[in-house]
Design a protein around this ligand. Sequence first.
Ligand code: FPP
Length: 262
Amino acid sequence: MEKAIAAGKAGEPIVALFGLFGKDEEKTIQQVPQHIAVIMDGNGRWAKKRGMPRKAGHATGAETFRRIATYSKDIGVKYFTVYAFSTENWKRPQDEVDALMNLFRKYLKEAIEDMAKNNVAVRVIGDLHVLPEDIRELIRDCDTVAAKLEDPAYATLCINYGGRDEIKNAVRDIARKVKAGELEPEDITEDTITNHLYTADMPDPDLIIRPSGEIRISNFLLWQSAYAEYYFTDVLWPDFKPEDLDEAIASFHQRQRRFGGV
Ligand code: FPP
């Protein structure tokens, strides 16, 4: 089946048109997922296949991120979130960690320059305390620029992020409020937990994509993914193209989301 995705404006009702529309053909109008999240996997294997160092895979993966984030904004996805560095990734060789930090520096500097022009709010979530101070400063500068944007699309990088770590931190914050007498244990609801996560002001992801043939969650958006649809593909992240995103969205539309109902 051929398909076309109509460009939508982030923040407005969004339509994607699937199907080849002949004179008498039925038209299907479907919404682009509001929030797409990606586990950017396969950079190391991509580099190895080419006899290149792993960091070359990450550098190409960062280019892919730029292209796919722009494409998703162009088709009307309001929130695009990527797993860029997990709480476990510190165990990697120091030169790989350094290379990733340099990619973050470079991208955040670009983002500060370009955010207003593109109306994309770049955000970083995770346990940011342990990041190098200059990166934390760039993140603060990003936040300052992002705060001035009107109804932007959001590109969120999860850095030093772990789903369990995030829930643990939320529980700690809630426990502090209970201890201080600001909150009664009986008043703790699912929303209380949601509102103490790094993603408090974001909707849950509708679609989570994992390239590279791995079929697991790897501690990504554990709480938020309760009703997300997953899409797995063998394509390695540096090779991931806008057409692959189209395929993921088409697959998403073939599913029936019932949220526990019938
Ligand atoms: C997992 O693939 C990927 C990572 C640990 C890092 C992902 C980061 C990037 C793509 C760079 C992002 C930069 C910006 C600016 C957003 P892997 O290396 O574990 O791949 P493998 O399983 O093939 O070894």
